[in-house]
Design a protein around this ligand. Structure first.
Ligand SMILES: [Zn+2]
Length: 343
């Protein structure tokens, strides 16, 4: 489909529809990045930089603080039956299309602010990045952070991911551990000769089923932790007593724990379950909401949105998708007008 240039004078809803009409599944963001770059270069109050299919635009007014507004421009794969690109406005005024909620509406809001707020009371940085919906090592935000960390410098960051208009602060940590139980292999016809490692995992499962999530309040936001088995592996053959079983456990934890405390908690929690081997398989730490930072506090005061904790993980360099900060030093929130449940 031929693309007309993006018209940043459209209202945010119409601009969202135009953005959806640029198909941009992860890995195919070039046309949209080109259009965003061209539109922003037409705004004389912004400096525009590009790295790959990532576009960063900034005011440079010498303000005391800088706020970073960030959004990804890719979508999940486009459906073809029925097609969800181009966008479609139904008779109830609901806009349909791939990426409408997550997160071209947020990108439209960024572009409208870039177009209309020429004299902001804090300097602004607008970040548009690619490959958020896929593996973390492809994430454009991580690439920019690595190649041009100065482009992302700021005092406070807002990711315009869908949140239903709430302000989501901070990120939960996510820890994945492997709990292994060992046994002795034997033919099942003579099971008494062996020791069943799958049976030995029973206490681990019982402990998981009995887990009561902690809901700590951190800087005024209530988080909700979770400890869950996400995989279980064991078994050699249907006539063999298994000598090994692995339960993979994912712990999502609130930012009032450090990474070391989270590992210690999980290790202690299963201490009486007969675990033979405890392996930390993957770990991404949490981020505190930072809502007491002056820029964040001013944002909360100026917005009618209710604060809520973010259940998402981080989108930092070297971590999982969807969530936290472009700059690990700045407090970060997620906020956008679109429905999180539709994303
Ligand atoms: Zn998203």
């Amino acid at each position: 489909m031929p693309h007309t240039p993006l018209d940043l004078t459209l209202d945010a809803a119409e601009l969202t529809a135009r953005l959806v009409d640029f198909p941009s599944p992860s890995g195919s963001e070039k046309d949209l990045a080109d259009a965003i770059e061209t539109a922003l270069r037409g705004l004389s109050h912004l400096t525009v930089d590009r790295y790959g299919n990532n576009v960063v635009a900034r005011t440079d007014l010498g303000r005391a603080e800088r706020v970073v507004l960030a959004g990804h421009i890719d979508t999940v794969p486009i459906a073809d039956n029925p097609p969800n690109v181009p966008s479609r406005l139904d008779e109830d005024g609901v806009l349909w299309g791939c990426g409408t909620c997550d997160m071209k509406s947020g990108v439209a809001v960024q572009l409208r602010i870039a177009q209309t707020v020429t004299e902001p009371n804090r300097d602004l940085t607008f970040v548009f990045y690619d490959n958020e919906e896929v593996a973390a090592h492809l994430n454009g935000l991580g690439h920019v952070a690595e190649a041009h960390p100065d482009w992302l410098a700021g005092d406070f960051a807002v990711l315009l991911e869908p949140t239903d208009g709430q302000v989501e602060g901070g990120c939960q940590g996510t820890l994945r551990v492997l709990l292994k139980t060992k046994g002795v292999r034997a033919h099942s016809a003579r099971a008494w000769m062996g020791a069943n490692a799958i049976h030995a995992a029973g206490p681990i499962l019982a402990k998981l089923a009995a887990y009561e999530p902690r809901k700590p309040v951190v800087e005024g936001l209530e988080f909700h932790e979770g400890l869950n088995a996400v995989r279980i592996e064991g078994g050699v053959a249907t006539n063999v007593i298994p000598d090994e079983c692995t339960v993979t456990v994912n712990f999502r934890y609130a930012p009032d724990r450090t990474e070391e405390e989270a590992v210690a908690f999980v290790r202690d929690y299963f201490a009486d379950c007969g675990v033979d081997e405890f392996i930390v398989d993957d770990h991404t730490g949490p981020a505190r909401p930072g809502l007491t930072h002056p820029a964040a506090a001013a944002f909360m005061a100026a917005s009618a949105a209710r604060p809520a904790p973010s259940s998402a993980g981080r989108t930092c360099p070297a971590s999982a998708r969807s969530g936290c900060p472009p700059s690990t030093s700045a407090p970060v929130t997620r906020c956008s007008p679109t429905r999180s449940t539709s994303a």
